[in-house]
Ligand binder design. Structure first.
Ligand SMILES: C[S@@+](CC[C@H](N)C(=O)[O-])C[C@H]1O[C@@H](n2cnc3c(N)ncnc32)[C@H](O)[C@@H]1O
Length: 232
């Protein structure tokens, strides 16, 4: 298992490119890329038992679980992990005691990998589904908590109409999250202010989650933004 810092997703030159709404388009915004990643990771898991990359590291998962604990989110609350990848966050949530967890990803290999990891952990009761968050099936709705760790970042890098895809993301989120539900996002490509702007319609900032501070060359800041929004 490797703890990714999310550096691979940070593909934006800060001055940005107008056609992608500030991001340099990248293969990281394509399904072909993620299919190839998770086919490779599935093979590594089958061969060596390696669960693969944890985007933004282990701490990013503990931070989310801690937040849910501190805010007394009921263990039976319906939780959706958007773009679950290897599903390791689902495993953490299930181990903590959450009983109504769903992970979706548009890459079938990611869902196959998540299923294998969940099975190896001896966990059941986790719903997994191949699903494109930008083109949802009708069944997905009524979630109390939606979590995104690196998926909005990946979508923002789409070489093909990223601006519209970001808008569709917000529409899909509004659809699956119930009123007063929480959206927890961890991002390395967007600042807090930019995320507030992206999710200004239908969501309000509930809280900023603590993230580690870096200092480099006389500058300091946060390498990721982690925010909790509430649906209005
Ligand atoms: C940077 S990875 C993060 C994976 C996981 N959330 C984690 O923290 O390890 C981005 C994930 O988003 C998924 N993804 C990207 N666009 C998606 C979409 N439109 N619908 C569903 N999943 C998507 C990718 O397949 C990939 O698993």
């Amino acid at each position: 298992m490797s703890a990714g810092g999310g550096a691979g997703l940070a593909a934006r030159p800060r001055e940005g490119s107008p056609e992608a709404g500030g991001f340099a388009p990248s293969a990281l915004g394509t399904r072909e890329h993620w299919d190839a990643v998770y086919e490779r990771e599935l093979h590594s898991f089958q061969e060596y038992g390696d669960t693969g990359e944890i985007w933004f590291g282990e701490e990013s998962m503990s931070r989310l679980v801690r937040w849910m604990q501190e805010h007394e989110i009921p263990l039976g609350a319906a939780v959706l992990d958007i773009g679950t990848g290897n599903g390791v966050l689902l495993v953490e949530l299930a181990k903590f005691g959450f009983t109504n967890i769903t992970g979706i990803d548009y890459s079938p290999s990611a869902i196959q990998l998540s299923g294998s990891i969940i099975e190896k952990e001896g966990l059941s009761n986790i719903n997994l589904k191949v699903e494109d968050f930008l083109n949802l099936s009708t069944e997905l709705s009524g979630f109390h908590i939606c979590i995104d760790k690196g998926t909005f970042d990946a979508i923002s890098l789409s070489p093909d109409n990223a601006v519209e895809k970001r808008k569709q993301y917000v529409r899909s989120l509004s659809r699956v999250l119930k009123a007063k539900g929480f959206f927890l996002i961890t991002s390395c490509n967007w600042t807090k202010e930019e995320l507030l702007n992206e999710f200004s319609e239908g969501f309000v900032l509930f809280e900023e989650l603590p993230t580690p501070t870096f200092s480099f060359g006389g500058r300091s800041g946060h390498s990721v933004a982690a925010l909790a929004f509430q649906k209005t």
